[in-house]
Design a binder for this molecule. Structure first.
Ligand SMILES: [Zn+2]
Length: 532
């Protein structure tokens, strides 16, 4: 088979996949916009069409064969690789695939319907959250925290079975385990990623210890106990994923609804990135039955992304808005001449990096001063604390991501007999939390992502590191001001425009002169903290 045959084969694939993808994009949009059952059915039909198309074993064999062709151009090679990654997950024996779909659905149902109890009274997850954020009564906190883990017991056995099932699926496709298979399908090298994570752990260990010590001392004082008496329920988040701000200031006072649109548009416009057309296509405000979270969709990669959100004037939604419009600015500026398979961000982690870079701005003094324009006297006393807040937030959430990723890898690679105890060992080692007295309870399984969003946390870790590396490069080589035309032109040309022409790490090497390295994250959120 010669290069011309490959080219016409790829043309057909690009055309078919784009058509299927547009139908999914439209149905998905309508489901979240209306909450109507009929759109849900249409979405399911469209998704099944997509899966059926990708499950074709003969075409998959052909792609595998094409990939061995030494005459391929680099664009053909990249398209075939993307196609291979898309198809590998759909190559399962239908009986096996059907079993894991059923097991997943059972778990979704339990997560959706389970109501925890405190002293035989049903409580909601919001009740638990409110107690952990506000209660000063240690016993009440402990009961709420334990309640947040009750679901773990309900799902643990099923979760372990599903993991085993996924491993069996991976075996049939020639992989050691499911974790390894997903890394391969995501173009990630396990050794490279975990070497980065280990390096990050070492470099951030001392600064994390300092930040954690500060948080612990504040909590010990608040609850009138010693630091050694602190247990997981004294923290405001059940998994210590996040931590409250160092000082509270109310951004919400400056964020009436239409101002948030203007602030977002001005932010991107300052970099020469026009997103007013995206705002016009988007659905931003809450309605009855509408999807309550936020997402950006590429709508079949036609260069017309749009955003679904249910925002209200708050710092939280301001950050979500900047994050989602970061994704949209990326999608909109990808080279329109690229074939469908490559007209997308280089990687999930790359588009997350861009989104995170913008999402972080609600804690950035310069951005707030320039775009929120707070009353200077009201803002002055909080401005200096913002840096500390962002550093805390970054270090605490990064440790959580790493704990999750390390434990998840072990779940697939070396099934432990003492899986629950192992969870607490890692939590103590990485997050430095004191375990509760009883570590035999499946606390880990209360985190839905272990079962329902497998092998995805590494994208957050790598995304944060990439955001910091790009930020550092811009500050050092392009412009001291991120919100300048120079910085905008740089991201547009070096990051957005090439789409998936290069792999994520090649793109980063071209854009910053070196492959991904954790030192820029460490510099950005760690070094100056030590000096304080
Ligand atoms: Zn995102």
């Amino acid at each position: 088979m010669d290069a011309m045959d490959v080219e016409s084969f790829l043309q057909g694939e690009n055309k078919n996949l784009q058509e299927l993808s547009i139908t999914i994009g439209q149905a998905g949009w309508m489901v979240t916009s209306t909450g109507e059952e009929s759109w849900n059915d249409a979405l399911e039909v469209a998704q099944n069409e997509w899966k059926r198309y990708l499950s074709d074993t003969e075409r998959f064999a052909l792609i595998t064969k094409h990939l061995e062709n030494k005459q391929l151009t680099s664009l053909q090679q990249r398209q075939l690789t993307e196609l291979h990654h898309l198809m590998i997950n759909q190559q399962l024996d239908p009986k096996l695939a059907e079993r894991s779909t059923r097991m997943t659905k059972e778990l979704v149902d339990i997560f959706n319907s389970y109501r925890p109890t405190v002293q035989n009274q049903h409580v909601s997850n919001n009740d638990i959250r409110t107690i952990l954020e506000t209660s000063l009564d240690p016993e009440e906190r402990k009961q709420a925290w334990l309640a947040s883990k009750q679901i773990g017991k309900q799902v643990c056995d099923r979760a372990l079975q599903l993991i085993q099932q996924r491993n069996e699926e991976a075996h049939t496709l020639g992989y050691d385990n499911y974790y390894q298979m997903q890394y391969s399908a995501q173009d990630l090298d396990l050794d490279v990623v975990f070497a980065l994570i280990d390096e990050l752990l070492v470099q951030s260990e001392e600064p994390y210890r300092l930040v954690k010590q500060q948080i612990d001392e504040e909590l010990a004082q608040k609850f009138h106990i010693s630091v050694s008496q602190l247990r997981p329920w004294h923290y405001s988040d059940p998994f210590f994923q996040s931590t409250p701000a160092v000082s509270e200031w109310s951004m919400a006072d400056y964020l009436q609804n239409d101002r948030m649109e203007a602030i977002t548009a001005e932010t991107f416009q300052s970099m020469g990135l026009d997103i007013t057309d995206v705002i016009a296509r988007s659905d931003l405000y809450p309605r009855d039955k509408k999807y309550p979270y936020g997402y950006c969709t590429a709508m079949g990669r036609t260069g017309e992304p749009r955003i679904m959100m249910s925002m209200n004037p708050s710092e939280f939604w301001m950050s979500v808005m900047l994050h989602e419009f970061g994704h949209a600015a990326y999608e909109k500026n990808i080279d329109a001449a690229l074939p469908f398979l490559l007209r997308k961000p280089a990687h999930t982690l790359t588009t997350e990096a861009i989104a995170m870079l913008f999402g972080r701005m609600t804690k950035d003094r310069e951005w707030i001063t320039r775009f929120i324009k707070p009353e200077p006297n009201a803002f002055a006393s909080h401005a200096s604390a913002l840096r500390g807040t962002l550093q805390r937030e970054m270090l605490v959430s990064m440790r959580w991501y790493i704990t999750f990723a390390k434990f998840e890898r072990e779940l697939y690679e070396c099934p432990h007999t003492n899986v629950n105890e192992r969870w607490w060992q890692l939590v103590e080692e990485i997050q430095h939390l004191h375990a509760p007295e009883d570590t035999r309870y499946p606390d880990w399984a209360a985190k839905m992502h272990f079962t329902l969003a497998p092998v995805s946390y590494q994208s957050y870790i790598l995304g944060e590191l990439t955001a910091s590396q790009l930020h550092h490069y811009i500050m050092t080589n392009i412009s001291r001001d991120l919100f300048s035309l120079e910085a905008g032109t740089y991201v547009k040309e070096q990051v957005f425009f090439p789409g998936a022409t290069w792999t994520w790490n090649d793109l980063l090497k071209r854009a910053t002169g070196e492959p991904l390295h954790p030192k820029y994250f460490v510099q950005q959120f760690v070094s100056s903290h030590c000096k304080q």
